[in-house]
Design a protein around this ligand. Structure first.
Ligand code: MG
Length: 249
């Protein structure tokens, strides 16, 4: 199918979907406390979705059973909200995808539950910084490899490792469009970025080694070595005026 270039009207529609994602994430993050079950976050998301007249991108996607992904501690991505109780010192990634008026928005944030260790705090900071570095490289006439390399550089300078088996993705009317966006790579390589491209950039970063394992539920991805993992994501449009974050909180 190739990379789909969006018109300014289509980007305006994606800005609306992205705005809903941002407001839902903000609400969920504000409610996180030790002792709550991850299912409560999923329920809150459903409430918010109906308020906005939006749908979850994830619910039913290849049979995914929930509206959001919640990935705790050594869980990298795609964790299923359920009976798990969040404990003081945990880190939890919340990934929200919505469909509104035919367009998708997708973003994720990782936050601490109560007080977290200095090393966990540093992991979150480096992962968020890596996302911002990747976004800054998403300019008209740049190469996709510039985005990947900027992320990898930031993560590895922080002493952490980039997950290899999962990537970001183009996004628009579909949640997953071309191109795949690896979080590692070489500047100056890969597809040319043009204005009108819309990208979900999402570094997944482990405090230990980069390899991952798929859990028995066939969804939850964990670090192979049990180390902590973090995940930040924004939906971004490449524009004349530089990268625009469509899911800005
Ligand atoms: Mg995504």
């Amino acid at each position: 199918m190739g990379i789909i270039i969006k018109s300014s009207e289509e980007i305006a529609a994606m800005r609306k979907a992205g705005g809903i994602v941002a407001r839902i994430l903000q609400r969920l993050v504000s409610q996180i406390r030790p002792g709550m079950r991850t299912r409560e976050l999923d329920n809150m998301c459903l409430e918010e979705l109906s308020k906005y007249g939006a749908q979850s991108s994830f619910k039913g996607y290849r049979g995914f059973p929930a509206h959001i992904c919640t990935s705790v501690n050594d869980e990298v991505v795609h964790g299923i909200p359920g009976e798990r109780t969040l404990c003081e010192g945990d880190v939890v990634s919340i990934d929200v995808g919505v469909i509104y008026d035919g367009f998708q928005g997708d973003a994720a944030i990782t936050v601490g539950v109560g007080e977290i260790s200095p090393e966990a705090r540093r992991l979150l900071k480096v992962t968020e910084d890596a996302l911002l570095a990747g976004i800054a490289a998403a300019k008209d006439n740049a190469r996709l490899g510039d985005v990947s390399a900027a992320i990898q550089r930031c993560v590895e300078a922080g002493g952490f490792s980039v997950v290899r088996e999962y990537t970001g993705h183009g996004i628009g009317r579909d949640m997953h469009e071309e191109p795949q966006i690896p979080n590692f790579g070489t500047s100056g390589r890969g597809p040319l970025l043009r204005k009108g491209m819309t990208l979900a950039i999402e570094p997944m970063v482990n405090s230990g080694g980069w390899s991952t394992r798929l859990s028995d539920d066939q969804w939850t991805v964990t670090t192979a070595d049990g180390s902590l993992s973090a995940h930040f994501e924004h939906t971004v449009a490449v524009t004349d005026g530089g990268p625009e974050i469509l899911t800005m909180m």
